[in-house]
Design a protein around this ligand. Sequence first.
Ligand code: AMP
Length: 188
Amino acid sequence: MRVVLLGPPGAGKGTQAARIAAEYGTPHIATGDIFRQHVREETELGVQARQYIDAGELVPDEIVNNMVAERLERRDCEGGFVLDGYPRTVAQAEELERHLERRGCPLQAVLSFEISEEELVARLRHRAAVEGRTDDSAAVVAHRLAVYRRRTAPLVDFYATRGLLTSVDAVGEVEEVTQRAMKAIASR
Ligand code: AMP
């Protein structure tokens, strides 16, 4: 199953992506996690990405696209994948579409996680306290939400036009949301 999870920061994509990937036995590819690992290991990519991440900005498309293309080439993606946090711009979505078309294995589903802004801000505040992410401070969170609205939210229409989009109510217990997400995938 080749799936993309779409939704604002704090919608629970990471948690749900891990559960869906485990269920299908496919890799969970979270670009934010990959970047954070590069930052921790102080790789060249980490040094490039860090300034953007800490400011709540998007890492430039070309850097992200190359990193994801390389990851999707690995053998463990042959049976599918769950993409979490990518694509985040129309340019990334177009590049992903081209990449998968070349390989003859297009996306099968895009789940859009629906949640109110009030709920998001509360969750991100909680996550800041629990995980201590450098980009979960109040000012950076507000900026990340604005970036989401401007750059990523248009992907809802992009994928709806292609008949790939299914909305998932992201509010509720973790298990409840997982059940909704699995049902949405199964219905494709
Ligand atoms: P996340 O953990 O998905 O919230 O990602 C954390 C940060 O990593 C984002 O705020 C961006 O700076 C960067 N990032 C992750 N995925 C992408 C992407 N697809 N495009 C651009 N930047 C990204």
